[in-house]
Each structure stands twice: as structure tokens, then as C-alpha cells.
Ligand binder design. Structure first.
Ligand SMILES: NC(=[NH2+])NCCC[C@H](N)C(=O)O
Length: 432
């Protein structure tokens, strides 16, 4: 199978997704520590995700590959894959206790392996448990701990573990410890379905796919809280298909004090900028105007700085794109995180209810920390009143009709609580 994406507006052919499972339960025990925006219903989130899969498949004819099912199918068909899954899962489990008890527990884990289904081992990878076996009495006290072990609560944001370019798939390296084990799992998937890996970002580099936007002849790469300079250099060493690269510096939010910024608000490029068609982008203009861009050109051996620095707004306008502007509240409500399914057609969140939940959560944050979130809240509330008065909740806005953009809004009130929208949740494998 091949993975190839040249431009974000080309017809979407194949995506990989992960329907959130038990790992989300653990994320919801402590949403902030899990990098979630807020608490939400896991049951509803799963239903919303099912609808995303359904819409992609049935309405837009996209082939949807599911991570867990593909890995489990392969493990059940091929004993070598199953063996790797079992061994890897066993390595992931930490067993603590007296030497003898630990050895005994390991032995019995090995003995039980044949009786257990492949999903058991996949779940171990997701949850990374610690098992404490009571000293002295085998079969006595057994204590299982999971929380401190960073269950992979964000695995469903499948945009981020890798990026697909014109030259193939580059495996990334997540910046946050909560997500560090994810890329290994998606690499396992790529291997199973035979997608070659064009390169892998390694320490000290960090690179997350939400920071990458392929734009035909050029590409944009965000850098900041998630993707660092070393990550970009390593990425560019394997993804050489673009004539020009714009490195976009993550902007601080102008309504949050610069002494105490909140990088989660625009953690990836795709949280404040996205593509709607070959001539139209969508984004928060105040952030696009604050984001600095360094331009690099392809030379014989790689990319070289052109010395040119501009803003993302000016850069994208100079490339001939029109910009559909988003308000403060719309950007906070995942309006920028659209998924282009073909030139001029985008999957979006249905804004109204998401805005209400995001506002309610921001109110709580501002009540605890007014100095940090007070101004942001006031602006967001103002936006809400204005939007309600004109009756144009995202994406039902005149600009989309004016620019001939067709929107397909999805109810994502719960799923977005993990801190992302349709673009973050899909790994586009093939376009064009
Ligand atoms: N491409 C994206 N914007 N992904 C959003 C990821 C959200 C996730 N909770 C994180 O903090 O990593």
C-alpha cells in the first residue's frame, strides 16, 4: 500500500482512524493531565466517532482503515504478528515485587498467553499497567495500577503520530510524555499494511503531524510546543518533495498574558489554520497575523533559508489564497480544524453546541484564574452574543457560500473535549 499526499485539497481517498476505547476512560479520570480540554461523555464520544467513520465512508467514498481492528486481524491471521504483539505487550507491563514472585508472575503470564485473545494484548499496550505482586505469598496480594503509567488517551488523534507527504509517510515523535508511545503503535500498523516508512524523527527531535500542511508546491510546518527545530530538520531530510517550506512559529494568544501563555490553545498549526480548497484557507486572522514564517527553498542537498521572514497571513495571501476569518470563540471551538475531503468540500464541527461547552469550560477556568483567562473569556462571550444575534453559527456563515465552499458539519460536542476536531482525528494516507 502507498501513502502519498501532495496537497491538502486533493480528493481524500484513504484515511486511518482509531475509535477511542477503554484508554479514554482513563484519560477522563483526570482530563487536564491527559491533555484533554474538558470532561465529556465517553459513550457519546464513541458514537460521534462512529458517525465520522460512517460519513467518510458512505458519503464521501473514503476508504477508512481502523487501527485496532487492522492490528487484531493481522495478529489473528499471522502467528508472527501475534507473537510480536504478545511479546511487546508483555514488555510493556511492569511487574513489581519480590524477585521470585515477579518471575512466577511472568511465567504464568507466558503460560496464559495462548488462552487470551489478541485484544487483551492490544489493551495492555494502551494501558501500560503496573502489577504489584505480594511478596512472600504467590497468588496472594495482587495490585494493579494504571494511572501513573500514561494510558494512551490521545491515540484517537491519529493526525499527530506521523505526517504523509508526497514522498511517503514520515513517522513523528510526540513532544508530550503522555503521547510518547503512540508512534510505535502506529508504526506497527504501517508495517502490517505494508506502508513503507520514509523516515523516523528521533530524539532530540519532536514532530507531530498536526503541524504539517502540504500545499502542492510548498508546505507549511508549525513549530512551538509540539514540533521543534531538530524535528523539522529531520523531517525535511526525508520529505524532499516540496520546492518551498514555510516554517510557522506558534503564536502566543494575544488575549492570554505573555508571562503565562497557554500553548494548548493553538498547540498545532491545524488548530488555527486549515485548507478549504485550492484557493481558500480558513483561520483565525489575529493568530495568522501574529504567526511568523521563515521561508526555506529547496537546493541540491536539502533546504536553505531564504532569509525571508513574513507573517502566515501575508505569506498565504502572497500565494493567492483567500482567507475565511474565524472569531476568537470559533477558533477555540475547533472551527479551524476542518478536514478537506475534496477541493471545496470540508468536514467541520457543528459549532453551536461546541461553542456553548467551550464557553462553559472557559468560564470555569477564568473563575479559578482570572488574570490568565479573564480577557479571553470576555472576548469569547462577546463573540457568542454577536454570533447568536446574527444567527450564523459556524459553519453556517455567508463566507462559505461566497467562496463556494460546501460544508458538512458533524456533531462533535464530546469528541472535541479531547482537544481536537476532525482534522486531528484522521490520518490522511492518500489523496488525489
Ligand atoms: N492535530 C491536532 N491538533 N491534534 C490535537 C491533539 C490533542 C491532544 N489532546 C494533544 O494535546 O495532543
Amino acid at each position: 500500500m502507498t501513502a502519498r499526499v501532495r496537497a491538502e485539497w486533493e480528493k481524500l481517498r484513504r484515511v486511518a482512524v482509531h475509535r477511542p476505547g477503554i484508554e479514554m476512560f482513563f484519560g477522563l479520570l483526570e482530563p487536564y493531565a491527559a491533555l484533554y480540554e474538558r470532561a465529556f461523555s465517553r459513550y457519546e464520544a464513541r458514537r460521534e466517532h462512529e458517525r465520522l467513520e460512517y460519513t467518510l465512508r458512505e458519503e464521501f467514498g473514503v476508504r477508512v482503515l481502523r487501527l485496532k481492528e487492522t492490528i487484531l486481524d493481522a495478529a489473528d491471521r499471522d502467528p508472527a504478528v501475534r507473537r510480536r504483539l504478545v511479546d511487546w505487550a508483555h514488555e510493556t507491563v511492569t511487574i513489581r515485587g519480590g524477585r521470585q514472585e515477579v518471575a512466577e508472575a511472568r511465567r504464568s503470564m507466558e503460560q496464559n498467553a495462548d488462552a487470551l485473545d489478541s485484544q487483551h494484548f492490544f489493551t495492555l499496550l494502551l494501558l501500560n499497567p503496573v502489577i504489584e505482586v505480594g511478596e512472600g505469598s504467590t497468588g496472594g496480594g495482587v495490585d494493579v495500577r494504571i494511572m501513573g503509567q500514561e494510558p494512551l488517551a490521545n491515540l484517537y488523534f491519529m493526525r499527530d503520530q506521523q505526517a504523509v507527504t508526497e514522498c511517503g509517510l514520515v513517522s513523528g515523535r510526540p513532544a508530550k510524555p503522555q503521547r510518547s508511545r503512540e508512534a510505535e503503535i502506529t508504526r506497527f500498523l504501517w508495517e502490517i499494511i505494508g506502508i513503507p516508512i520514509a523516515g523516523t524523527v528521533r530524539e532530540p527531535g519532536t514532530f507531530e503531524g498536526g503541524d504539517f500542511m502540504p500545499m502542492g508546491d510548498f508546505a507549511l510546518i508549525g513549530t512551538g510546543d509540539r514540533t521543534n527545530e531538530a524535528g523539522i530538520h529531520q523531517f525535511l531530510a526525508c520529505a524532499t518533495g516540496f520546492d518551498e517550506i514555510g516554517v510557522v512559529h506558534q503564536p502566543g494568544h494575544p488575549l492570554v498574558p505573555s508571562r503565562r501563555p497557554d500553548p494548548m490553545i493553538d498547540m498545532h498549526l491545524d488548530t488555527y489554520f486549515n485548507v478549504a480548497s485550492s484557493g481558500v484557507v480558513i483561520g483565525s486572522e489575529i493568530l495568522l497575523r501574529r504567526a511568523q514564517v521563515d521561508v526555506y527553498h529547496r537546493t541540491g542537498e536539502g533546504y536553505e533559508s531564504s532569509g525571508e521572514t513574513t507573517t502566515l497571513y501575508d505569506y498565504i495571501r502572497s500565494k493567492g489564497f483567500a482567507v475565511i476569518d474565524l472569531s476568537i470563540l470559533e477558533q477555540l471551538s475547533y472551527a479551524a480544524n476542518v478536514l478537506c475531503v475534496r477541493d471545496g468540500v470540508i468536514l467541520t464541527v457543528e459549532g453551536e453546541r461546541v461553542m456553548k461547552t467551550v464557553l462553559a469550560n472557559l468560564e470555569r477556568k477564568a473563575a479559578v484564574d482570572t488574570a490568565r483567562y479573564g480577557r479571553l473569556l470576555r472576548h469569547a462571550e462577546e463573540d457568542y452574543r454577536r454570533i447568536r444575534n446574527v444567527g450564523q453559527f459556524f459553519p453556517h456563515k455567508a463566507e462559505f457560500y461566497q467562496h463556494d465552499i460546501e460544508t458538512c458539519p458533524l456533531h462533535f460536542e464530546n469528541l472535541t473535549g479531547g482537544y481536537g476536531g476532525p482534522h486531528c482525528m484522521t490520518c490522511a494516507l492518500e489523496r488525489g
